[in-house]
Design a protein around this ligand. Structure first.
Ligand code: CTP
Length: 393
């Protein structure tokens, strides 16, 4: 039995990047031999084992046959006669299809090293088309390896996959997993561009793809280009995932023919439901889409308007989410690192309003319970007015 380090670890080492996980491929072994050597099998049908002491993953070299469209439609074939090259040829990209032997030598049958040097994402073989997740992976890698470009033949293959509906079979969890990882990379705009250019975006996130379908004469025609800049700005400023997702989806209604006031938040909901976006990301995106314009006008809002804004955002119970939304709004209106006085204004207003002791108000009105919410609200408005007057001085 021989084992090799494969995949991302080899790629990253050759790029001089820190290596996180080591994946191994084992050639010439049976599952029984692996278990006899102390490896623990992972899962039932998957020929992967955990090393007895390092707990790194060791997969038996395998070939894959496709049985049905989409992500779950694979049958794995692994036996001790499957060669390393047969295993590597079924991988996604040449830069991910290299192996490192125990003596340190690199096995590179598909010129992954050349493509690394030339900064090219190129698929290894037609097997790429068997797994539509690979389109998302490539797009995510484009956001990370920012000076790489997609080989023309790989671009053509991805276009075909999108046209033929392969992408429609992606399970929502995988779409979110890859999109969210891509958003956390250095230049998320490149992920969106790759998906847009191959036609996958129109299938996965049609609401977003619509931003690029505006006629040049439409007032929203530049919305897509602006969004890409904002996304990279958000990444550069180190915004977290919910904030980056909120930036991605803040203006989905710009792609609609006749956008309406609440359309943006409704579209956020539709997207989140479809790709199963986690609650924290969904909620921040929803309030950002709905409220960012109000935030941008903070200077003209009355104390009453501000408290109403806090109430709509549930900011008294979730102040941090509100602060996070302000950061997303800053990114949307002028830049994540630019001065955004609205943030200070609304932050100090929120602090003042939170300073109101709602419990004390409630105790005073113990006999007139129905009046409590109104009284708390008025006390908060008064606190916001007081802090605004102080700021003006
Ligand atoms: N792989 C593939 N097709 C997929 C997923 C994975 O061909 N849909 C192969 C690639 O060879 C990849 C390896 O499995 O390099 C390991 O996959 P994974 O650990 O998911 O990704 P990495 O390439 O290591 O990338 P990352 O740095 O993002 O973890």
């Amino acid at each position: 039995m021989r084992s090799y380090i494969v995949g991302g670890a080899v790629r990253d080492e050759l790029l001089g990047l820190p290596v996180q996980d080591h994946d191994h491929v084992v050639v010439g072994a049976t599952p029984e031999e692996m278990m006899a050597a102390g490896y623990t099998p992972v899962g039932k049908d998957f020929p992967v084992f955990l090393h007895p002491s390092t707990h790194e993953e060791y997969a038996l070299a395998r070939t894959e046959r496709k049985t049905a469209p989409g992500y779950k439609g694979f049958v794995f074939h692994a036996d001790e006669n499957v060669t390393l090259e047969q295993d590597l040829v079924r991988r996604d990209l040449t830069i991910n299809a290299m192996a490192k032997a125990e003596d340190g030598s690199i096995i590179d049958p598909f010129n992954g090293r050349r493509d690394l040097q030339q900064r090219i994402f190129r698929h290894v073989s037609d097997a790429f088309a068997e797994d539509p997740v690979r389109i998302l992976r490539l797009a995510r890698f484009a956001a990370r390896f920012t000076d790489f470009r997609v080989a023309p033949e790989t671009h053509a293959l991805m276009r075909r996959m999108a046209e033929e509906g392969e992408v429609d079979a992606l399970v929502p969890e995988r779409v979110w997993q890859e999109i969210s990882r891509g958003l956390m990379e250095a230049r998320p705009s490149r992920m969106i561009e790759v998906l847009r250019d191959c036609g996958a975006l129109a299938r996965i996130l049609p609401e977003l793809a619509a931003l690029w379908r505006m006629p040049a004469s439409a007032p929203q025609a530049a919305a897509g280009a602006r969004l890409l800049c904002m996304l990279d700005d958000a990444a550069q400023a180190g915004l977290d995932l919910p904030q980056r997702f909120a930036v991605l989806t803040y203006d989905l209604s710009a792609g609609a023919v006749s956008p309406q006031e609440d359309a943006a938040a409704a579209l956020v909901d539709a997207v989140c439901k479809r790709i199963k976006v986690p609650t924290d990301c969904r909620d921040l995106a929803r309030i950002t889409a709905r409220e960012h314009r109000h935030v941008a006008r903070a200077g003209t809002l009355s104390a009453e308007d501000k408290v109403a804004l806090f109430e709509r955002c549930d900011a008294f119970r979730k102040p941090q989410r509100f602060i996070d939304m302000l950061q997303a709004a800053a990114c949307i209106h002028g830049g994540a690192q630019a001065a955004f006085p609205q943030r200070d204004d609304l932050t100090s207003a929120l602090e003042a309003a939170r300073g109101v002791d709602a419990g004390a108000v409630a105790r005073q009105l113990a006999e007139r319970v129905k009046e409590i919410p109104g009284a708390v609200h008025r006390a908060r408005v008064a606190a916001v007015e007081a802090v605004a007057a102080q700021r003006q001085r």
